[in-house]
Design a protein around this ligand. Structure first.
Ligand SMILES: Nc1nc2c(c(=O)[nH]1)N[C@H]1C(S)=C(S)[C@@H](COP(=O)(O)O)O[C@H]1N2
Ligand SMILES: [Mo]
Length: 325
C-alpha cells in the first residue's frame, strides 16, 4: 500500500501539492527548506537546494517549426522540471526532480521490433541524428486537470516508422520504457505494472504531431522529464506520453497499457483530451495552467483534442468517443 501522503495520478490519495494551489505550495516548500537550514542545516544536502532550481542540462540545437507552435505563454523551465509525473521515481510531483539523478541516460538504446521488415536497435546518438531536430511548442494536458505549454525538441515518430517498414499486420505501436529497480526507486512500489507501457493505433503513431522527444527549452531532456528520449502525443492525456523509452514494438492487437490495467474504467486506450467526457471521479471540462497568474486565476476551459482537432479529429470519424475513451 502507498503511504498516505503520496499523490496518485488518479487523485485517490491527495498530497499537499494537490490540495494547495501551486504558488502557495512552492512558498511553503521554500519555507520548509529555509527553516530546515536554521534548525538542522547539516541535514540538508546540496540536493535539497538543487530541487527547486531549474535543471542545468547540455544545450541542444533545434530549428523552430512554425507549423507546430501555440500562442499560449510557455510554462517556465522551473515548473516544467519540478512538477512532474514519473512514477518510477515516486508518486509525488516533487519526487522526480529529487530522485531522477540516479537515471543513467548513457549508454542508451531503443529497440524497434515486431511486425516490421527492418528491426533495428538505435543508440541514443543515432536517434539524435536520425532526423533534423525541430522545436515544437505543444500543450500538455494531464488527466488530473493541470496543463503546461512546453517547447519540446524532437522529430515526428513517422521518421522511425518509415525506416522500420511495418508489415501489413502492424496495426498498433507499443511503447515500453525503462524498468530498472537499481536506477528507479519507485519500482519498489507495485502501483503500476512495470515496465510502464503505452500504445497508439498506427494512424495515430504516424500523425505528424506525434513526437520523438529528446529535449526541451534548447537543452537535452532533463531526467525528470523522461530522458534521454520519450514520446509526446499532445492531443491525448499526458500519461500517453511515455518517458525514458527503450522499446517500440509494432503489433497486431491493441497493446496493454499500464494505466488501463490499473483501472480500465478510468483510463482507456484512446484517452483523447475531451472536455465532454468526464473521468468517472472528476470533470474534465476545465484545467489549471501551471504558473498561470495568481492562485485566484480562473481555470481554463479544456479544448477538444487539447486544441489539436484540425490535425487529428478525422482519425476518429464515426467513432463513439464515449465508448472509446
Ligand atoms: N515512464 C513513465 N512515463 C510517464 C509517466 C510515468 O509515470 N512513467 N507519467 C505520465 C504522466 S501521467 C504525465 S502527465 C506526463 C508528465 O510529463 P512531464 O512530467 O514531463 O510534464 O508523463 C507521462 N509519462
Ligand atoms: Mo498525467
Amino acid at each position: 500500500m502507498l503511504i498516505k501522503t503520496s499523490t496518485r495520478f488518479d487523485g485517490s490519495d491527495i498530497a499537499a501539492s494537490d490540495i494547495t494551489p501551486q504558488p502557495v505550495f512552492e512558498r511553503r516548500r521554500q519555507f520548509v527548506l529555509s527553516a530546515g537550514l536554521g534548525v538542522a542545516g547539516l541535514a540538508l544536502t546540496p540536493r535539497a537546494f538543487a530541487a527547486n532550481a531549474p535543471a542545468d542540462e547540455a544545450k541542444l540545437a533545434a530549428t523552430p517549426n512554425p507549423k507546430f507552435q501555440v500562442s499560449d505563454t510557455q510554462t517556465s523551465l522551473k515548473d516544467i522540471t519540478s512538477y512532474n509525473n514519473f512514477y518510477e521515481f515516486g508518486t509525488d510531483k516533487g519526487d522526480p526532480v529529487e530522485n531522477a539523478h540516479t537515471l543513467q541516460t548513457r549508454p542508451w538504446s531503443v529497440s524497434v521490433e515486431g511486425e516490421i521488415h527492418n528491426p533495428k536497435t538505435y543508440g541514443i546518438d543515432e536517434i539524435l541524428k536520425l532526423a533534423p531536430l525541430e522545436e515544437r511548442t505543444y500543450r500538455l494536458r494531464c488527466v488530473e486537470g493541470w496543463s503546461m505549454v512546453i517547447p519540446w525538441i524532437g522529430f515526428s515518430l513517422s521518421e522511425i516508422i518509415k525506416r522500420a517498414q511495418p508489415t501489413a499486420n502492424a496495426k498498433y505501436v507499443q511503447f515500453i520504457t525503462l524498468a530498472d529497480p537499481k536506477q528507479m526507486p519507485g519500482l519498489s512500489s507495485n502501483i503500476l505494472n512495470w515496465p510502464y507501457s503505452e500504445g497508439l493505433r498506427m494512424d495515430e503513431a504516424m500523425n505528424p504531431l506525434t513526437l520523438v522527444t529528446v529535449g526541451l527549452y534548447g537543452q537535452v531532456l532533463p531526467k525528470q522529464d523522461g530522458a534521454p528520449v520519450r514520446i509526446i502525443v499532445p492531443w491525448k492525456y499526458g500519461f500517453k506520453s511515455a518517458k525514458s523509452l527503450v522499446k517500440i514494438r509494432f503489433v497486431e492487437k491493441q497493446p496493454p497499457t499500464s494505466w488501463n490495467q490499473y483501472a480500465s474504467s478510468e483510463y482507456g486506450f484512446y484517452s483523447n483530451v475531451n472536455p465532454d467526457v468526464d473521468h468517472p471521479r472528476w470533470s474534465q471540462a476545465t484545467e489549471r495552467r501551471i504558473g498561470d497568474g495568481s492562485v485566484f486565476s480562473p481555470k481554463r476551459k479544456t479544448l477538444m483534442f487539447n486544441g489539436y482537432g484540425d490535425q487529428v479529429a478525422s482519425m476518429y470519424q464515426g467513432m463513439d468517443l464515449r465508448k472509446f475513451y
